[in-house]
Design a protein. Structure first.
Length: 528
């Protein structure tokens, strides 16, 4: 044997010994025993483990590729992250825009629109005044959480300024439900003006046998027990007539119980006592009192009000809010929904009733219960499919209205953040329908653009270089407001960070590929 061959043989022997030592260490590590103490079964287990490790290398390779791809994607975060957020929240909703003022002025919208809807800021409450194109008018609710003589005076002045000319009457008064934040100022309006038609919910006054609470009675005209009992008798007579004529089966429950359709409050008494004595016109014609259910309607040549709730008058709810009238106003194809304080129970009933009365797509939705999370569930908003949303609530109100969940529901259903109007920010809001006035074409963000709308750009004045004239334009609807705040949601949805998703992809894929999949494969092999 030559010297070279001898050295080569020694080298191979050392390599073999190293491999043997390494194998021995592996065996010790896996079994806790030295290789000379292993049983045949344990040796087979070691071989199987080594074979499985080799078999699962491809799973590790896949996980490595996913990890590298996910990390590389961080280089494109600036484009991926907005796309993800737009997909989740809808286009243009991840960053609100500040329009700092509505199109035209409040007076411009009122003057140049055929139909006007005023959402009067009354703090934590609802007050909606509607000036109809045929000279008639409607009021839906008028109240705030606490009675204020200053706010009452504002509402009456607002009616004089924007709704009625001298000698006119209120054609339609609608109380959606008997809570004070929707009811407080209606008795004042009934005292001040004549009303022809009154639409009231299926909730009835029942005397509690005590004098009224003076703090709720700004006129200091406290009703006696006898007067309250007399009003209750009229309520029971009305229920009996409804039951007899329509077979409703309504009963007036005990006002002290939580589940009842009887409400014994001073403001309810004031409202009910006044509508029974309300008259209008030169002949003192008694006002007509209506108890609308789904399918009831009224209107004129160009507009109609249709009730979608209450679906039935006989239900007794745990919450007064679910007695709310839900109404859609249709003006030449443009639709506006008014939902009172309807909560999810009533919304479910409306959705279940669609086989009899289809809910329409609306352009504007007055959000239920001041933007509370108990109302405006995703399915209901999706069914109405609004483009704009109005929320009436008080500044820094104790309920946290509007709730972020409601704002997110609007986002998720495609309502842009600068199409959400909140009275706590925007003050009094007016929407003009059938607008035909002169506005600056550079500031049209708040104009509704339906199929019938046409817009002409502003043109320069031929006589001067520094002035412009605006060409009259037509819009389906146009919005103005009196507040200083911009028309954006109070908070934006929390943006989804792409690097959070990348970490999630790496961790989850690792667990699946390196733990779960091998376990499943091993389990399948055992069964075989």
């Amino acid at each position: 044997m030559s010297w070279d061959k001898y050295n080569e043989a020694r080298k191979k022997a050392r390599e073999a010994q190293n491999k043997l030592n390494k194998a021995s260490k592996t065996v010790d590590k896996l079994t806790g025993k030295s290789d000379d103490k292993l049983t045949k079964s344990e040796i087979n287990q070691v071989k199987t483990a080594a074979k499985n490790a080799k078999s699962y290398k491809w799973l590790f390779s896949i996980w490595a590729i996913i990890t590298i791809a996910a990390l590389v994607s961080l280089l494109f975060t600036s484009s991926i992250e907005p796309a993800i957020n737009n997909w989740i929240y809808g286009n243009n909703n991840t960053t609100a825009s500040d329009d700092s003022g509505a199109v035209g002025t409040f007076a411009d919208v009122v003057t140049n629109s055929e139909l006007k809807i005023h959402y009067v800021f009354v703090g934590q409450g609802d007050c909606i005044l509607i000036d109809l194109p045929d000279g008639k008018n409607a009021i839906i609710d008028s109240g705030s959480e606490a009675y204020s003589s200053e706010t009452s005076a504002k509402v009456l002045s607002y009616i004089d300024t924007y709704l009625l000319d001298d000698g006119e009457i209120i054609d339609y008064m609608i109380l959606t439900h008997p809570d004070s934040d929707h009811l407080f100022y209606l008795p004042d309006i009934l005292d001040e003006y004549e009303v022809a038609n009154i639409y009231r919910p299926y909730t009835f006054f029942v005397s509690d046998g005590e004098d009224s609470n003076q703090r709720l009675d700004p006129d200091n005209t406290i009703a006696t027990v006898e007067e309250q009992v007399a009003v209750e008798a009229k309520e029971r007579a009305a229920v009996a007539e409804l039951n007899s004529e329509y077979g409703y089966g309504i009963t007036i429950g005990d006002p002290t119980k939580s589940t009842t359709n009887a409400k014994s409050t001073d403001i309810m008494y004031k409202f009910i006592s006044r509508i029974y004595s309300e008259t209008y016109g030169p002949n003192d014609t008694p006002a007509e009192i209506h108890y609308p259910i789904a399918g009831a309607s009224f209107g004129g040549d160009e507009y109609s009000f249709t009730f979608y709730a209450p679906v039935t008058p006989s239900n007794v709810y745990d919450s007064w809010n679910n007695y709310s009238s839900v109404i859609v106003l249709d003006y030449n194809g443009t639709k506006i929904a008014f939902t009172g304080d309807a909560e999810t129970d009533e919304e479910d009933e409306i959705l279940a009733n669609e086989s009899k009365l289809d809910l329409p797509d609306v352009d504007i939705m007055d959000m239920g219960h001041h933007g509370s999370s108990t109302s405006s569930q995703d399915a209901f908003v999706k069914a109405l499919n609004p483009e704009y949303a109005i929320i009436s609530c008080g500044i820094d109100n104790k309920y946290g209205h509007p709730n972020q969940e409601t704002i997110d529901t609007l986002y998720n259903n495609g309502v842009d953040s600068n199409h959400i109007f909140i009275t706590a920010q925007s003050g009094d809001i007016v929407i003009g329908f059938g607008y035909n006035g002169a506005i600056n074409a550079d500031n049209e963000e708040n104009a509704g653009t339906g199929d019938t709308s046409t817009t002409e750009p502003a043109t320069a004045d031929a006589t001067t270089d520094d002035t412009t004239e605006t060409t009259p334009v037509t819009h389906d609807y146009i919005i103005a407001y009196t507040g200083e705040a911009s028309i954006v949601a109070p908070t934006e949805p929390t943006p989804i960070k792409w690097w959070y998703i990348v970490v999630g992809i790496i961790v989850i894929s690792g667990i699946i590929l390196l733990v779960i999949v091998p376990s499943v494969i091993k389990s399948v092999k055992k069964k075989k």
